[in-house]
Write a protein that binds this ligand. Structure first.
Ligand code: SF4
Length: 250
């Protein structure tokens, strides 16, 4: 079980504070309803619906945190978990702006937290059930070989990470493809029907991709952008390799 760092302790305290505030808000609301507030059935119904949603969000988030910390191994079904996480993320954008943080940092943490949730389950897959998706911007911008959808066209000159990724993938036997965007990625998911996707991209692309495939686990590996966004991007080969090793059945 992972130790609580000072950062995660601050986050836990913020969640606890949010929990207390929501509890006080709901208690006050119910007090007003039951102690004589002249309310219409529509108001009462909306109030209970909102309370149920808030409760679900908290339960889901609590389960995620316990799972991420290694205390439990289960969570709500993937589809429900994604919808609730999406609501939490959208709401968090406002909180982060209010607290003076940045959207980029929130997205970065969200992708990493999501990946840790998938890794911590310890579930193993056959190599054929795993699909690795790589962004086109990973290929050297001056390379004249077309590796999109067919990495075998790479001649392994070593000017970009496609060479090392090909070698890593070959050792494991998983399916992998360089894609130009979401449409192509979705087409490949439909074609191969993977049980889990390892996707390399920037935070924003990873998050939108995650919500595009609600039935499939996604481990997002955030790319490195030494020359700025969408140009000659890189990925940690050791992280990709260790992620594959941790997911593939021996
Ligand atoms: S490693 Fe492959 S994809 Fe990258 S620049 Fe060389 S030939 Fe092109």
């Amino acid at each position: 079980m992972s130790d609580l760092t000072s950062k995660s302790r601050i986050v836990s305290n913020l969640y606890a504070l949010a929990g207390v505030l929501v509890f006080l808000f709901l208690t006050g609301l119910n007090y007003l309803i039951f102690m004589g507030l002249q309310s219409s059935p529509g108001f009462i119904f909306t109030s209970f619906f909102l309370q149920l949603l808030i409760l679900l969000l908290f339960v889901n988030h609590l389960l995620n945190i316990l799972k991420g910390s290694g205390y439990i191994r289960f969570s709500l079904p993937l589809k429900i978990n994604r919808v609730l996480n999406n609501i939490i993320l959208s709401a968090s954008y406002y909180c982060v702006i209010f607290l003076g943080g940045t959207k980029e940092r929130l997205e970065h943490d969200f992708v990493e937290f999501n990946a840790s949730l998938t890794r911590v389950t310890g579930i193993k897959y056959n190599a054929g059930e795993i699909l690795v998706l790589l962004p086109r911007c990973m290929q050297n911008s001056e390379c004249k070989y077309n590796v999109v959808n067919n990495m075998e066209n790479c001649i392994s000159c070593g000017k970009c990470d496609v060479k090392s990724i090909r070698e890593t993938i070959k050792e494991t036997g998983v399916k992998a493809a360089v894609v130009t965007g979401g449409t192509q990625a979705r087409a490949l998911v439909k074609k191969y029907m993977p049980k889990i996707i390892i996707a390399v991209a920037c935070e924003r692309e990873l998050i939108s991709g995650m919500f595009d495939v609600p039935n499939c686990e996604v481990v997002g590996l955030i790319n490195e952008r030494p020359e700025g966004p969408c140009l000659n991007t890189r990925v940690s080969i050791s992280e990709l390799s260790s992620t594959l090793k941790s997911l593939i059945k021996k």
